[in-house]
Design a binder for this molecule. Structure first.
Ligand SMILES: [Zn+2]
Length: 272
């Protein structure tokens, strides 16, 4: 049976799955959050934007990738002063995603890519990817979709702080589903900035994430009023294009033999 044009992992039958495994498609796991995004964006922002990017990657490269259903929750307790946010303990999130990765590896897929859309999940998906490499015969890579659009964003960026429910995310949402953006509620969020510490997520030196109730009353860090659908279209295209370019590199990344340099036998039975 020829490989179908279906790129959604869960739309295949088990029989078609055998073809996808034989074709060694890259399996993509989108991760997001269910988290407050100011007064103007829905709680699904991270999941919706990330999944939309991944689905478009699938649409453009259906013979190379399979996109898993997204994980719509993440590390979020810092947003608990705003109603509705769902928090998953870091270890539970890691275990859950690792179980997905191991399942996919078990069936014979050798390469996975976690595409994350929620900043606070970043260190967690990195660990999931690394543990998958160490605990299976497969490779697992991790990336944030928004890393691929930073260059394009720099060209159109107008606001000083970019962190959350900001110019970037609001532009993407305006491009993908403007009817769900409460535009009349969009307002610039307050921020606290020192010389080294800031809520700007592009701040490179010191990592810090306080309870958001301590430094914002809007739930916004940044200025969503600079957002436009046209910017969103540009950012979406940049993210999709970057990931589509990444796919063949990952699909052909070698699963090489390990070269053991010990002179004497090692204790293989030790489990970590
Ligand atoms: Zn977000």
């Amino acid at each position: 049976m020829a490989t179908t044009g279906e790129y959604r992992y869960d739309r295949l039958t088990w029989e078609e799955m055998n073809d996808a495994i034989e074709a060694q498609k890259l399996v993509i796991l989108p991760t997001g959050s269910t988290e407050q995004h100011g007064r103007h964006l829905p709680l699904d922002t991270d999941t919706f934007l990330c999944y939309a990017v991944c689905l478009e990657v699938g649409r453009r490269a259906p013979d190379q990738v399979l996109v898993l259903p997204p994980v719509p929750y993440g590390l979020n307790r810092h947003h608990f002063d705003f109603p509705g946010t769902v928090h998953i303990q870091p270890q539970v999130f890691i275990d859950f995603c690792l179980n997905i990765a191991k399942s996919v590896a078990y069936h014979g897929f050798q390469r996975l890519l976690i595409v994350n859309g929620h900043g606070s999940n970043t260190p967690l998906v990195d660990l999931v990817a690394r543990r998958t490499v160490l605990e299976t015969q497969s490779l697992c890579f991790a990336a944030n979709y928004f890393s691929f659009l930073q260059e394009a964003f720099a060209e159109v960026r107008e606001s000083a702080v970019v962190a959350h429910a900001d110019e970037l995310e609001t532009s993407l949402y305006l491009h993908l589903a403007p009817e769900r953006v409460r535009w009349d509620r969009a307002a610039a969020g307050n921020d606290r900035q020192g010389e080294f510490v800031s809520s700007d997520s592009t701040s490179p030196l010191v990592r810090f994430n306080d309870y958001w109730g301590r430094w914002t009353t809007t739930g916004v860090h940044g200025d969503p009023t600079c957002a436009t659908a046209a910017k969103g279209a540009l950012l979406f295209e940049a993210a999709v294009e970057g990931l589509v370019r990444l796919v063949p590199e990952l699909r052909h990344w070698p699963v090489a033999e390990r070269a053991d340099q010990h002179r004497l036998p090692v204790q293989h039975q030790i489990e970590f």
